[in-house]
Design a protein around this ligand. Structure first.
Ligand code: DAH
Length: 344
């Protein structure tokens, strides 16, 4: 009998140690520990044995039973952890999901930088509405209804033609110059402001023209302001913006709201003024318009004539961003193409 029990033990141990599935294992458990198992039969029939035998067989059979229970539960645990590992299997070679961090639009970057430079020069940053009255966009800055200067800008009119005749027209503002009188009506000189903002023109688009773009206007008014002040501010600004010494050149030009008016150029950012294909071998790049504020503009703002002097300038933000980041098509800014904005 003793031998028999030991045999059961060895056989069971051997079988359990074979590779197992949970189903096979529970069948084995029934075979070795079930009610009808040999071991249980032996335990059941203990009473038929002699007292001598009982003493040996009883504890042995029980000991084996407990040992079997132990190795069964060990094996069960082992199997359970294999199943879990399979469920939680991670393919470490699978390509990772790409994280796309947010990026600032190049125009935002340029605008932030401009605002930093001008605030360090003591300028205030001012805002105005995109949908503007004809008065602030045109009349107040010396462009009355019959002024030929209005033809220079292709305007998106919001209002009907009749209203326009009464001077009550509404437009998508064509220039940030519209904020000049808006601001001066409420503030007295001395003043130094910049106005970055969106402007609109009813024109066909190509690589250098957009119907919607951004300008920024600068306006400085005090009792004694001259072209020299403009030159100083412009050279300081462009040198800081491009991180190298820049020269500014003025050419006579006409804008209704300034007298005298100029267009201004900066030394070519590509060749530094030597002459290259970017600047058509001239060494200069045209940037924007500027001039000394017309007394009619001061008058429209409610200032007395000939009491103040000021300079104003305005030009496109896109143009500046294009120079800085060497972008060759203005339409990219509003393309909504993430591949474009991700590069900055
Ligand atoms: N508003 C002009 C334009 O859109 C640019 C400009 C020219 C602004 C001369 C000014 C200026 O302030 O003095 O074409």
């Amino acid at each position: 009998m003793e031998k028999k029990i030991k045999e059961i033990w060895w056989k069971a141990k051997e079988e359990i140690s074979q590779p197992q599935t949970p189903e096979k294992l529970s069948a084995l458990k029934v075979k070795y520990l079930g009610k009808k198992s040999e071991l249980n039969q032996i335990l059941k029939n203990l009473k038929n044995l002699s007292a001598e035998e009982k003493k040996i067989i009883g504890p042995l059979a029980n000991q084996i039973k407990n040992k079997l229970k132990e190795i069964f539960s060990q094996k069960e645990e082992e199997l359970a952890s294999v199943v879990d590992a399979e469920k939680e299997w991670i393919d470490v070679t699978a390509p990772a999901q790409r994280v796309r961090p947010g990026k600032l639009h190049p125009l935002t970057l340029v605008q932030n930088q401009i605002e930093d430079i001008f605030t360090s020069l003591g300028f205030e940053i001012v805002d105005g509405p995109d949908v503007e009255t004809e008065f602030y966009n045109f009349d107040a800055i010396n462009m009355p209804d019959d002024h030929p200067g209005r033809d220079m800008q292709d305007t998106f009119w919001i209002s009907k033609k009749e209203n326009r005749k009464k001077g009550e027209g509404v437009v998508m503002r064509t220039q940030t110059s519209s904020v000049q009188v808006r601001y001066m009506e409420k503030h007295q000189p001395p003043l130094r402001i910049i106005v970055p903002g969106r402007v609109f023109r009813n024109e066909a688009t190509d690589a250098s023209h957009e119907h919607t773009f951004h300008q920024f206007e600068a306006l400085v008014v005090d009792k004694k302001i001259s072209v020299a002040n403009f030159l100083f501010v412009a050279e300081t600004f462009f040198s800081q913006f491009f991180g190298e010494k820049m020269k500014v050149r003025l050419r006579p030009s006409y804008f209704p709201f300034v007298e005298p008016g100029f267009e201004f150029d900066i030394s070519c950012t590509n060749c530094g003024g030597k002459g290259c294909s970017t600047c058509s071998q001239t060494g200069w790049i045209e940037v924007g318009g500027a001039g000394m504020v017309h007394q009619n503009v001061f008058q429209a703002a409610g200032y007395p004539r000939n009491k103040y002097q000021g300079f104003a300038w305005g030009f496109g933000l896109e143009r500046l961003a294009m120079m800085k980041y060497k972008i060759n098509d203005i339409r990219l800014f509003h393309s909504g193409d993430i591949r474009f904005t991700e590069q900055f």
